[in-house]
Design a protein around this ligand. Sequence first.
Ligand code: DMJ
Length: 628
Amino acid sequence: MYRSHPLSASLRSIRHRPYFRSVLYGCLVVSSVYLLYRFVNPTYSIPIYSTSSWTDPFSGDLAESYVPAVETSADVWLGRAKSVKLSFLHGYHGYERYAQPNDEIRPLSNDYRNNFNGWGVTMYDSLDTMILMGLENEYNRAMPFIEKTVFSLPDGEFAPFFETIIRYLGGLLSAYALRKDDILLRRAEELAEKLDNVFATPSGFPLFGVNPNGQVVGPEIGILAEIASLQLEYTTLAKFTGKKRWWDRANTVIRALDNADLHKTGGMFPIRWNLTSAQPFDTHLSVGAQADSTHEYLLKQYLLTAKTDKANLIMYLRATTHIIAELLMLSPKRHLLYVTDTTFSTNEHKGRPSHTFEHLSCFLPGLLALGAHTLPLDDLASLGIDLNEIGNESMFGRSGKSYKLLAGYNLKTLHMWAAEGLAQTCWLSYADMPTGLGPDEMVMYTVGDDRWGKTVDGYKEGGGYLWMDAIEKWKSSGARGAPPGVGDKTPVIYTEAERLRGTLRTRDYSIRKSGYLLRPETLESLYLLWRTTGNDKWRDRGWKIFESIERHTKTPSGYASLRSVEILPAVKDDDMPSYFFAETLKYLYLMFIEKDPIPLDEWVFNTEAHPLPVIRWTQAEKEAFDIQ
Ligand code: DMJ
């Protein structure tokens, strides 16, 4: 027979007395409000759920908003790939009609501009995309121009070396790799010859600019991305031509990076460098503007050389260790994972974060996923690498602690968490906007020390942060919790009135540069996340972005950058950068076609998305080039 507990009997009697009832209900309201507050508050300091296995805990992320799409058939994906191809044709035909052989079309006025030497950058940047899309007519119409381009400039004008290499040289080499048209390689080598004076520095790092007549220009203090993003192109040129001189150009930069004194920056490369001494000039760390492609080329040079140049791998591991421990942050309420830049000031051992988050940095999730996919990060010992040896406090002072911290993880898992969390934020920065397109720069809200590395460590040690009822709910629904910053989240789109009022803080960030410049980085990462995880949610998001590009940026003669992603109807700017053809449309196309023509273990994309084939040196080449 059921017998009620004496305590429940007394509670029942209390509930029937008006005074105690008010007190009881009052307590219930207060504690519910408190619990609700704790549930949405980002304070992670008290892990309340502990488990002996830290690989399967429940997380602090609040929303699982991703509803798996009803399975999309292969035919639908094929149709989507065709739509991207039609967009390419629409934009490229506009260029051919109104701007060829100049650099870029202005898609509102149908005027043109020569912003990259006037040699027809849109054609060079588009060649390999045409080949991949099977656009024979467009390729055949471009080739006579490519054949005839005169690589010259008036006295006093200079080709920006970095942009010229990634767009023109990268474009020619990639097109040559895909379709062995000799003229492409001849033009590639001729271009490299004309630019070669740029290396006339004691360090062998290139100067900012060069005129094909031999004049050079640029300050003694160079910018990281501009001086160290040529390795892939020059190594490929050496392989294709069999000439050591091109390998020497790449190798000099690699060795200089490897010999740099990074004790002030935890093993990561800062933005400013002295081109005479080949040493860092400041302590400003970033993966965004002025730095991005150098971090990218560390991993990619290792992959390009069939995983033989270990120095590049070690530099990549150092850079990513510092990035993960010190530059990745978690926003206060929505737990958005983002990467920011930091500056060390004199006598300070800790970088001060700016909390800016750039669209340019959205290549990072793709890079981390590529690294986790291609490297034995969970077994570095198999490569003779120990994280505690390549970085520690005796080498990097306080920043050296990061190596010990990360050595305690399964590094493959950790890099994938970071990749997925960052890709989620990059995607949300689009999904939060009424245009469905992401802003160029955001400033994230902060509550103090927001480092993701610290929070993840609490997660690892404590096993989760949700209150028990939430954990039980998630358990019973069978959902696996994601680590902090990693789970899917619900977009927050402000109404026009809310935007104008400007007081809402629910998104966790404000927008500093609201333009959408047809940039590729988010799509690049969605593509790599899809290829490396096989999870369709990433390409579903790619499709949503493509629909927004079609809806808001299309003009009668192409596609135009937007002045603001927050305003409807969208206001366009009169420009269509060549990287839209080289990168944005290429990554979309590759994301939707079923058969992958560019397998990640056989090709490496340069920073302008020009795929270059993995190189296997012959013994004769090793001896001739003096490759160890
Ligand atoms: C591209 O030209 C390259 O990807 C470069 O490395 C930086 N980003 C632009 C496009 O945003």
